[in-house]
Design a protein around this ligand. Structure first.
Ligand code: ADP
Ligand code: LRH
Length: 477
């Protein structure tokens, strides 16, 4: 039996989980969960990276002796080190406004077509390439480390770039499976900034003596690179039985798409803004980011309403299809007064704004389900990969109303769970690296299926209602 610590940093919370993996066994126990909110300091939105580091160490201390540690986190963000290995400034949150209108500027140097042909990445205004362009690289910067690689460096002193997260920078060549020296040159980025790539399953190193002392863990404990992009880890834990599945990794973001063996770089895929992110074992996640439960989280924050189950019960009783929004509208990206932005969005689209919290939540969830439907239909057509089932994983898989609306909108059975998919994927990749007989994703997924209860939602209601809703929001687009 292997006993490993998975550090999983999501945008809504960070956690350290203890995973136990053996023959037919996959246990996950929450050791420590901590706040991970953005910090607005003067005109910049930051991550509280030292709080995350400290909380990670607290969790590792509480975990007790483990065979290894692995870290996954959100994509695209990074820290910069100077030549002495010191962090140059606090990492900035991808929702910060410094990237406003930067994408358009970069596209004057490298066209969207060229960028897509090399990276296969969807255009998101906060991709690493645009963040770097926005900040104008400081002279002292020697090394760029993605957030999990930065935390791994602080644990071990070792520098590297785990491949799945590197693939989200828009500086990575998805076909050559290398950093793109061509793109770096074109945007004036020194290649030396980008560290050597490492694979999920590689050992970064062992704990630095000071870290071992502070946590009480053995100094010989290895830190293992997992699918360090949280979505890569979460898709490892999709309990799919065969290839004909789609998934929604449902948390702060909804990552909606398919798993493929090779990238799809067609004009259709680019125009529909699908991404080809790198997965564990060389798989490709062909997906689109849908704004996700972020909108709901921000409504709750503004209302001071913590009791989500009650809000969702009330939303289930609210009238259907009253008001609909496009959840991917740019005004929903930055933190702020989301209920007011929803009202303004409704007025601008000629709709009477929702009049209660329940109606607002109903509007958000139906609008998300509609965006899922549209994304999944496009993904299946563009990738020529029809599916029979939709797996919903992550915290949002507990949202029964959203799962049912998703099944109804997509016309597919939804299998909901596991909730802690990223942590499970993180644990599984560590266990394999330690020698557990989990030869491939199929074996990992079979173990998740055998050890986790899933909830099934059958499509209900009238498909014509969703057709009408879709043309209300998206017209004939
Ligand atoms: P992230 O990894 O982005 O931090 P999670 O996978 O942890 O996100 O999911 C967080 C989301 O899960 C929250 O925004 C919330 O909407 C949803 N969630 C958490 N608990 C529940 C619950 N009991 N019922 C319904 N939804 C829930
Ligand atoms: C989800 C996620 C997603 C990225 C976003 C920045 O946590 O990693 O895959 O697009 O955060």
């Amino acid at each position: 039996m292997k006993r490993v610590a998975a550090v999983d940093l999501g945008a809504s919370s960070g956690r350290v989980m203890l995973g136990e993996v053996g023959d037919g066994v996959l246990n996950l126990t929450e050791i420590h969960r901590f706040w991970n909110g953005p910090v607005q300091l003067r005109d910049t939105l930051h991550w509280d990276i030292l709080h995350l580091y400290h909380s990670m160490l607290e969790g590792l201390t509480q975990a007790g002796s483990v065979d290894s540690v692995g870290i996954d986190s959100w994509a695209v963000d990074y820290g910069l080190l100077d030549s002495a290995g010191h962090l140059l400034g606090n990492p900035i949150h991808y929702r910060d406004s410094r990237t406003d209108a930067v994408m358009e500027k970069v596209l004057e140097t490298v066209s969207a077509e060229e960028l897509y042909a090399i990276t296969g990445l969807q255009q998101l205004p906060f991709n690493t390439i645009y963040q770097l362009a926005a900040e104008g690289l400081r002279k002292q910067a020697e090394t760029l480390l993605m957030i999990p690689d930065l935390l791994g460096y602080w644990l071990t002193g070792e520098i590297g770039a785990e491949r799945t997260n590197a693939s989200t920078t828009q500086l990575y060549d998805v076909r050559a499976r290398e950093w793109s020296s061509e793109l770096a040159r074109r945007i004036g980025l020194p290649m030396e900034l980008l560290p050597p790539l490492r694979e999920p399953g590689d050992v970064l190193g062992t704990l630095l003596p000071a870290v071992a002392e502070e946590t009480g863990l053995a100094a010989t404990t290895p830190v293992i690179a997992v699918g360090s992009h949280d979505t890569a880890s979460s898709v490892v834990a999709v309990p799919a039985a065969d290839e004909r599945f789609a998934y929604i990794s449902s948390g702060t973001w909804s990552l909606v798409g398919l798993e493929l063996d090779a990238p799809v770089l067609s004009a259709e895929a680019r125009e529909a803004n699908f991404t080809n992110e790198g997965g564990v074992d060389g798989r490709i996640r062909f997906l689109r980011n849908v704004m996700g439960l972020w909108i709901l989280q921000e409504c709750q924050r503004i209302w001071g309403a913590d009791d989500l189950p009650t809000l969702l019960r009330d939303a289930a009783d609210a009238p259907p299809f009253a008001v609909l929004i496009d959840p991917d509208a740019p005004e929903f990206l930055a933190p702020g007064n989301m209920p007011r932005r929803i009202e303004e969005h409704c007025r601008a689209s000629g709709q009477e704004p929702p009049q209660s919290q329940a109606a607002t939540i109903r509007c958000v969830l139906e609008s998300l389900a509609l965006a899922y439907r549209r994304t999944l239909r496009q993904a299946q057509t563009i990738a020529d990969r029809p599916v029979d089932v939709l797996h919903v994983i992550g915290g949002g898989s507990q949202n029964e109303l959203l799962c049912q609306l998703t099944a109804d909108a997509c016309g597919l059975p939804v299998l909901a769970g596991p909730v802690e998919a990223s942590a499970l994927g993180n644990v599984l990749v560590q266990a394999r690296a330690l020698g557990e007989p989990l030869p491939d994703l199929g074996a990992m997924r079979a173990l998740v299926r055998a050890t986790h209860q899933l909830r099934r939602y059958e499509p209900q209601g009238k498909p014509a209602d969703w057709d009408a809703a879709e043309s209300r929001v998206f017209g004939t687009r």
